[in-house]
Ligand binder design. Structure first.
Ligand code: TXA
Ligand code: MG
Length: 323
């Protein structure tokens, strides 16, 4: 697998790979995706193989426009309003699927998850390919999603055909997944498009669920341990007290300023959720690669603007029942 510049030639080559049934890793504004032609069951099967992803976990289909979404899914009036407000961008809508989408994409289910990414390279790739592209995050199942081309290369090695390099992702965590086949709509995975923003557009409250129980039944990808580094992760409220005396075998990820110089490795993130999210996975990848014994993460503030981040941190710290 090679990293390719996302110039006109690189995008044309990548579009050709997608059309001929191969895989391409590409940037979106959220995280890098591992894409295949969503209309080609054999091509989509390669995604599951490359990721080691269970066939029960359905994929998101990326489209170029709202019109392209209507060719693969039934777009209700509510969905249209959300599309007008949030696309292109990090909101995925679960909709009743049309027959063009093969069962492997939806794990045999009657619905399909669809979004229009705002990243110009993703849009250019969709144009070059001329087909909708199904793409999960471009990482092995259960590891941290990639926010740089180098993360994809380190995580998947030769398993993807080509990696288009579009620089670091700006949103930094995966899209909000909203099921609009139920009334009221229900968040299956929290993201940086918040329930309050969605409720504002619709004019009524939606179901956001508790962070631990959210979507487990309906969104099979939401396993407790997901987005997890190899290094053990612990979340702590009073981070600088906890880090007192910690050696350089410990990495600390915090947003509040340290009270004194520390021997441990300190990664300071912004104290607002937008900038924090943009750097979170990049920081987790770096801390994981640093070879420390433990990653200590400062608990983030309560409240909805931080809830998608809280969800990812909880999952990163969750101990797999299989371990
Ligand atoms: O930001 C993102 O959404 C990134 C970029 C590449 O677009 N993609 C991504 O895909 O995070 P993935 O496969 O890692 O996560 C897709 C999530 C999973 O939790 C999956 O279970 C859920 O969406 N999902 C997909 N199709 C679904 C469906 N038909 N019904 C319910 N949940 C679905
Ligand atoms: Mg993923």
């Amino acid at each position: 697998m090679v990293i390719s510049t996302a110039d006109a030639a690189g995008i044309a080559e990548a579009g050709g790979i997608i059309r001929s049934g191969g895989l391409v890793a590409f940037p979106t504004e959220t995280v890098y995706g591992l894409g295949a032609n969503a209309l080609d069951a054999d091509a989509v099967a390669k995604i599951f193989a490359a990721k080691g992803r269970p066939a029960t976990n359905p994929l998101i289909v990326h489209v170029r426009s709202a019109d392209a979404a209507a060719e693969i899914a039934r777009v209700s009036d509510i969905a249209k309003r959300l599309i007008d407000a949030f696309w292109p961008g990090p909101l995925t809508l679960v909709l009743p699927k049309e027959s063009a989408i093969p069962d492997i994409v939806t794990a045999g289910g009657p619905t399909v998850a669809v979004r229009q990414p705002s990243h110009p390279v993703a849009q250019a790739l969709l144009d070059a390919a001329g087909v909708p592209i199904s793409a999960p995050s471009a990482n092995r199942s259960e590891s941290i999603s990639p926010t740089r081309a180098e993360h994809v290369l380190a995580g998947l090695g030769d398993a993807a055909g080509l990696i288009l390099d579009g620089g670091p992702c700006t949103v930094g965590i995966e899209s909000t997944v909203l099921d609009v086949t139920v009334d009221p709509p229900r968040i299956l995975r929290p993201g940086m498009v918040t329930p309050a923003q969605i409720a504002d557009v619709l004019g009524y409250e939606i179901v956001s669920g508790s962070e631990r129980s959210m979507g487990v039944a309906r969104s099979p990808g939401q396993m407790p341990r997901h987005y997890a580094p190899r290094t053990p992760v612990r979340i702590h409220g009073d981070i600088w007290a906890e880090a007192d005396g910690a050696s350089n075998r410990i990495a600390v990820i915090a947003y509040s300023r340290p009270t004194a110089r520390r021997a441990c490795r300190v990664y300071l993130l912004a104290d607002n959720p937008t900038e924090y999210a943009a750097k979170l996975y990049d920081t987790l990848h770096a801390a994981d690669a640093a070879g420390v014994d433990e990653i200590l993460i400062e608990a983030v503030p309560d409240g909805e603007p931080w809830s998608a981040i809280r969800d990812r941190l909880t999952r990163a710290a969750a101990v797999s029942p299989a371990l």
